[in-house]
Write a protein that binds this ligand. Structure first.
Ligand code: BGC
Ligand code: CA
Ligand code: CA
Length: 215
């Protein structure tokens, strides 16, 4: 009896370890309190924000496709994202905005991690030339962006306004960042996310990571 329980326990642990390695654990990032000016220039307020990297290669191989280093801030009305996208060849030829060189931001204001979009989830996208596009529940009313080309790729500075609630210190919302990498023919060769691993964020917010709001 005891032995068989131990066996089951070990089996479950091994399966759990395998699943977390294969699919990636849900990550939690920290956003500091502050409001930047959205102009693609780094102001002081960004300097004490933690830096994160999109390191989950949903499509494409590390070292061969683009990725981003990013930081997040928050205030009562919005979250703010500063992203430096490392992309050596910029292309926006595709008629599908998600196949252009672009950055996506996903927000679940209630962090329910539901398997389909509810009212407080939204998907935002902006390409390297600051052309925005919107997935479920997103619109220009809630998205303020600036971009700038650099020698390594491009910078995105974005404000995502909350649609359903005010934010408070200590809150945890659902959040993810995705880089889309187009090649010179205009086809997407890279999908690189901070948290997710399956290209499901756009229709399944349970794949988003967590963003903790601190002061
Ligand atoms: C996904 C695409 C999807 C699109 C829809 C993107 O985040 O990577 O595969 O078609 O969202 O908006
Ligand atoms: Ca939700
Ligand atoms: Ca590219």
């Amino acid at each position: 009896m005891r032995r068989s329980r131990l066996f089951i326990l070990i089996t479950l642990l091994v399966i759990g370890l395998f699943l977390s390695l294969a699919f990636g654990q849900t990550l939690t990032a920290t956003a500091k309190y502050g409001k930047p000016k959205i102009d693609a220039e780094m102001d002081e307020v960004w300097k004490n924000a933690e830096e994160y990297i999109t390191d989950r290669y949903v499509q494409g191989e590390k070292g061969k496709v683009a990725y981003a280093k990013f930081r997040v801030l928050w205030d009562e009305e919005s979250i703010y994202v500063w992203a430096e996208v490392y992309d050596s060849l910029l292309n926006k030829d595709s008629t599908n905005p998600w196949e252009q060189d672009s950055l996506e931001i996903f927000v679940d204001e209630g962090n329910e991690k539901a398997t389909s979009y509810d009212k407080n989830d939204a998907q935002y996208r902006v390409n390297f030339e600051n052309v925005q596009s919107y997935g479920t529940n997103a619109s220009r009313d809630y998205f303020v962006t600036a971009t700038k080309k650099t020698d390594f790729g491009y910078i995105v500075e974005a404000q995502v306004k909350m649609r359903t609630r005010k934010l408070n210190e200590g809150d945890v919302i659902g959040f993810d960042v995705q880089v889309n990498d187009a090649d010179r023919f205009g086809s997407r060769v890279g999908i690189i996310a901070w948290n997710e691993t399956e290209n499901e964020n756009w229709r399944n917010p349970s794949y988003l990571g967590n963003l903790k709001l601190v002061k």
